[in-house]
Design a protein around this ligand. Structure first.
Ligand code: SER
Length: 603
């Protein structure tokens, strides 16, 4: 069964049972500073599980985009992914075990058509403060007997400790922080019927890692809250929090042990096969193809939710995904990676064409973000890999140099050396990192009396480059060009301007050349306060549609009487253009009727 059908059937099944369908929350959590990503369906619903009334009622159902960065090391096998969709239904203090477990069984067997004989279930075995979940055991026995199966403990129903059958965002009861909700859970596993391998243990059971069983459904009975004194208190309302990974459910319906062979991945794997020349055949190739497919897909979803590659927080995780994919592809296919990612990104977008996760306007900016990151990284990738191959012994300082010079995240360098049997001292890496931050902080202070923090240094440079670019556009293409929008991050600048046609390639070259000449001339950038009328008279550039006060601040590049650029602007800017480095236009495209858009970087 195709993924779109499974998703639809699930939402309709619970809609018929009184659930309101709610949209997926973004991957970047809203109003939750405790975590970087939305990693489960229940996460955006915490306040409601704790008792706040939900505007859509007490029964909810959705398909939630989820990202688990902690699973990055596991990706490469048949079932782990960092990004996945979690089908979820919730009872906010409404129904409980005796409705939830039969419904899930009905959904799996009647709607998805899974053979009941291939389903095995697990429950919580109990601990000092929470009793064994005998209620769920009894319910499961009834359910199975309804389809003619005698379900015995340790044959069809298995009890496990909290490590396996307790769910909270932070794991077992002992590791839950005060205030955190959680509870025992009951999981359903699908049996692929493959042979057990003794290296995974004497006997096989649902939580065995041999690959025979795959968890496809998890009903959490969210009924406890951790107290400041370390005890668990019953919540006022007993909730159900169900999660089932869409990728795994589709795999089970198709009897495929490998989620990467379902329609949620097949096109993506195909496009990577084309890009790399690798076939999806042996374990080594499959692992590489799965990692690249997972990482590019996750990156596309993260970018669609507003994250840009950077060296901080979510942006760093995104950068790591893209760069790891680039290194893997490079190492396996030995070819250049810069342009190889566009068709892979396209295949991700095509895979989700029946959803509303990406709309047309987002597609372009997703492609651009990936292209820009790859452009920056590919430049140093070959060189960095050559350096790595030469190194015979690595320490934290060398790993830091590789990060600093070639942009290789620590984890990637480590992964390449792990294959050579080497380990990196993380502490040494961290102390080199700190030393560098101190140096660049003091350098920044010396250079910019305005007190810029080092973190905005690159953005400030790109801001000044933005002024040079506008002036160059007017001088080379058309003096009537005006800025229509702008967006500057530490990674790149984006400028929209009025112009009806695509720029000629030779004009793009001329613009780059002129901006680079002005950088080479190392011209002072000077701020002047002046009357608005006087600034208008000398032709200082204004932002389109912006209202200015009577007295304005104007930034001049070049002498006031014979400037190269003058713009109404509040700053900040570098002190002189020589600080900028080399300017390069990465892309020129349409941004709507009569408006063009340029992306440019400094290197
Ligand atoms: N919160 C549980 C999970 O993520 C069920 O939704 O598995």
């Amino acid at each position: 069964m195709k993924s779109a059908e499974v998703r639809k059937k699930y939402l309709e099944f619970f809609k018929k049972r009184g659930h309101a369908v709610i949209p997926s929350a973004p991957l970047l959590p809203e109003n939750d500073p405790t975590t970087l990503f939305t990693s489960s369906g229940m996460q955006p619903l915490i306040p409601y599980l704790l008792g706040q009334p939900h505007p859509s009622g007490k029964r909810l159902v959705d398909s939630q985009k989820s990202f688990r960065s902690q699973d990055i090391e596991e990706v490469g096998d048949n079932r782990h992914t960092t990004f996945f969709e979690m089908l979820g239904n919730w009872s906010l203090g409404d129904y409980f075990k005796k409705e939830q477990l039969p419904w899930i069984f009905e959904f799996l067997t009647r709607e998805l058509g899974l053979d009941p004989k291939r389903l095995y279930v697990t429950v919580f075995e109990g601990n000092a403060s929470v009793p064994k979940d005998t209620e769920s055991i009894d319910i499961w026995k009834d359910i199975f007997s309804g389809v003619g199966i005698v379900a015995k403990e340790n044959e069809r129903i298995f009890a496990y400790p909290a490590r396996k059958n307790w769910w909270s965002r932070s794991g077992e009861p002992d590791t839950m922080p005060p205030g955190e909700p959680g509870g025992p859970d009951s999981e359903v596993f699908f049996d692929f019927g493959t042979p057990h391998y003794p290296q995974f243990g004497e006997t096989c059971h649902p939580n065995c890692d041999c690959g025979r069983f795959m968890e496809i459904a998890n009903s959490v009975f969210m009924q406890y809250q951790k107290m400041p004194d370390g005890t668990l208190k019953e919540l006022k309302q007993k909730n159900v929090d169900f999660g089932g990974g869409l990728e795994r459910l589709v795999a089970a319906t198709e009897g495929k042990q490998d989620v990467f062979e379902t329609d949620l991945f097949s096109e993506i794997i195909q496009s990577i096969q084309l890009a790399s020349g690798l076939a999806y055949v042996n374990d080594e190739h499959k692992k590489t193809l799965r990692i690249i497919a997972d990482h590019v897909k996750a990156a596309v979803f993260l970018i669609a939710d507003g994250i840009e590659p950077s060296n901080k927080m979510q942006g760093y995780v995104l950068r790591r995904l893209l760069r790891r994919a680039a290194v893997k592809l490079k190492l396996m296919s030995k070819s250049s990676t810069e342009h190889q990612f566009a068709p892979i990104v396209q295949s991700v977008l095509r895979t989700y064409k029946e959803t509303d996760y990406f709309n047309n306007t987002k597609e372009e900016s997703i492609k651009n973000s990936v292209a820009l990151e790859m452009f920056k990284f590919t430049k140093s990738l070959d060189q960095g890999l050559r350096e790595i191959q030469k190194i015979t012994s690595i320490d934290g300082k060398i790993a830091f140099d590789l990060y600093q010079t070639y942009g290789f995240p620590l984890e990637i360098t480590e992964e390449i050396f792990r294959e050579k049997g080497q380990r990196i001292d993380h502490q040494q890496f961290a102390s080199e990192f700190e030393k560098h931050q101190d140096l660049s902080r003091s350098a920044a202070k010396g250079m910019f009396k305005g007190g810029l923090a080092d973190k905005s240094e690159q953005t400030v440079k790109l801001h000044t480059a933005h002024h040079l670019l506008l002036a160059a556009l007017q001088k080379i293409v058309d003096q009537d060009i005006k800025q229509r929008g702008s967006n500057i991050t530490a990674e790149r600048l984006r400028m929209d301007f009025n112009y009806a046609k695509k720029l000629m390639p030779e004009d793009v070259q001329k613009i780059e050349k002129l901006v680079n000449e002005k950088i080479f001339e190392d011209i002072p950038v000077v701020r002047q306060e002046m009357e608005r009328e006087a600034a208008e008279k000398i032709g200082a550039q204004m932002e389109f549609g912006h209202k200015y006060p009577d007295r304005v601040s104007v930034y001049f590049i070049g002498p006031e009487k014979n400037f190269f650029s003058a713009e109404f602007c509040g700053g900040p800017h570098v002190a002189h253009t020589g600080l900028l480095g080399r300017f390069q236009i990465i892309k020129e495209e349409s941004a709507g009727s009569g408006v063009r858009r340029i992306y440019a970087v400094l290197s």
